[in-house]
Design a protein around this ligand. Structure first.
Ligand SMILES: [Zn+2]
Length: 228
């Protein structure tokens, strides 16, 4: 079965949002909130490269992150929120980890590690951040290479990430780093964006090229798999 076909629906939606963000010139991160039955309650994306958005969203601002935008869409009773889960393509930064923690949601799934800004390790570091029974699951090695490649291609294009940051990511995630450079050199993403490729097309093109990165020896986060 192809990678796309193996993705649960929430991850297909998350990937579609990340790809839409990429095509709009924003950081390619998508996020979804799902209820206890796995139904999508809200979906949104990073919108820092967009100029306009609906009144309750954030766009064209450094704080217009995917998790912020999806959490701002969730308006319901406190009891319901505690049964919802946040799904995000990239490990949340300090801003989004704080927003998730304060939102009332209790469960977080992320696909790709972010060894630069990822801040799931803030949990338990202060008295306040030790209060709530929050669970964090990540990374998913089957999806990590996809989202890290998109993230690195975004960062390597148009000088968006400084050279030292690119080098740091390449050291941390060498397989995604090499693939990103190759795809950029051969113009894959320029073509895919010009042709308005769907997320499914993009995943189908990249899937045969993706290789999982190694986990650190003392990996203390809860990894998860697409199935099982
Ligand atoms: Zn963030």
């Amino acid at each position: 079965m192809s990678l796309w076909d193996r993705m649960p629906y929430v991850w297909k939606v998350c990937t579609e949002q990340a790809w839409m963000a990429f095509m709009e010139g924003s950081v390619p991160v998508g996020a979804v909130v799902a209820n206890a039955n796995g139904e999508v309650v809200a979906r949104d994306r990073n919108r820092i490269g967009e100029k306009t958005c609906a009144p309750q969203q954030i766009a064209g601002h450094r704080l217009a992150h995917a998790e912020m935008n999806v959490l701002l869409r969730v308006r319901c009773q406190r009891d319901s929120q505690e049964t919802y889960a946040l799904y995000t393509a990239l490990e949340p930064c300090p801003l989004c980890m704080g927003a998730f923690y304060m939102s009332g949601l209790r469960c977080l799934y992320y696909a790709a590690r972010d060894g630069h800004a990822g801040s799931t390790n803030l949990l338990g570091k202060t008295p306040y951040l030790s209060l709530k029974p929050v669970t964090v699951h990540g990374p998913c090695l089957e999806l990590e290479a996809l989202f890290q490649t998109l993230h690195l291609v975004y960062g390597m294009s148009e000088g968006r990430f400084s050279p030292w940051l690119i080098e740091r990511f390449v050291q941390l995630y060498p397989k995604a780093g090499l693939l990103s450079r190759n795809l950029l050199d051969e113009g894959y993403f320029a073509r895919a964006v010009a042709q308005r490729a769907t997320a499914r097309d993009m995943v189908s093109d990249l899937a045969p090229l993706l290789e999982p990165e190694a986990l650190p020896e003392h990996h203390d986060l809860s990894t998860w798999a697409l199935q099982g």
